[in-house]
Ligand binder design. Structure first.
Ligand SMILES: C[S@@+](CC[C@H](N)C(=O)[O-])C[C@H]1O[C@@H](n2cnc3c(N)ncnc32)[C@H](O)[C@@H]1O
Length: 119
């Protein structure tokens, strides 16, 4: 069995459907609940002087944005997610936070291994 394809298919169905819609509806609350983890992530990124961060399963983008805002040198951060509504919400959050040019903080719709998603 092709586990990668199987898992991606299930995850795409969940997060493009009810799972994604529910997350987006509760996004403000969830972002608040997970704030302490964002702070830990930002600390870890700053401590390692990371100049590149790949956020796999970035969802609505709060973790990617936290990594990009972490103190230190400007770094390349990329968010990837299998879900169209989640990545749309991530791009909207990035744009609302004033990232210009937006190409410096790409949010891409693809699987965790970088394969494009067709549905
Ligand atoms: C529980 S949410 C977490 C979102 C975000 N990391 C956060 O902390 O706010 C999990 C995310 O992983 C994504 N995901 C699940 N399986 C994936 C896969 N195989 N490739 C890419 N993204 C995936 C989902 O679409 C969903 O947005």
């Amino acid at each position: 069995m092709d586990i990668e394809r199987h898992t991606n298919g299930e995850q795409a169905a969940l997060w493009n459907g009810s799972g994604g819609q529910a997350w987006i509806a509760a996004m403000e609350l969830l972002d608040q609940v997970f704030k302490p983890f964002e702070a830990m992530l930002a600390e870890a990124v700053a401590a390692r002087a990371a100049n590149r961060v790949l956020d796999v399963g970035c969802g609505t983008g709060s973790t990617t944005l936290a990594a990009a805002r972490a103190p230190g040198a400007r770094r390349a951060c990329v968010g990837v997610d299998i879900s169209a509504p989640m990545i749309d919400a991530a791009r909207a959050a990035r744009n609302a936070q004033g990232w210009r040019p937006t190409s410096s903080l790409p949010m891409r719709r693809c699987t965790r291994s970088g394969a494009p998603v067709s549905t």
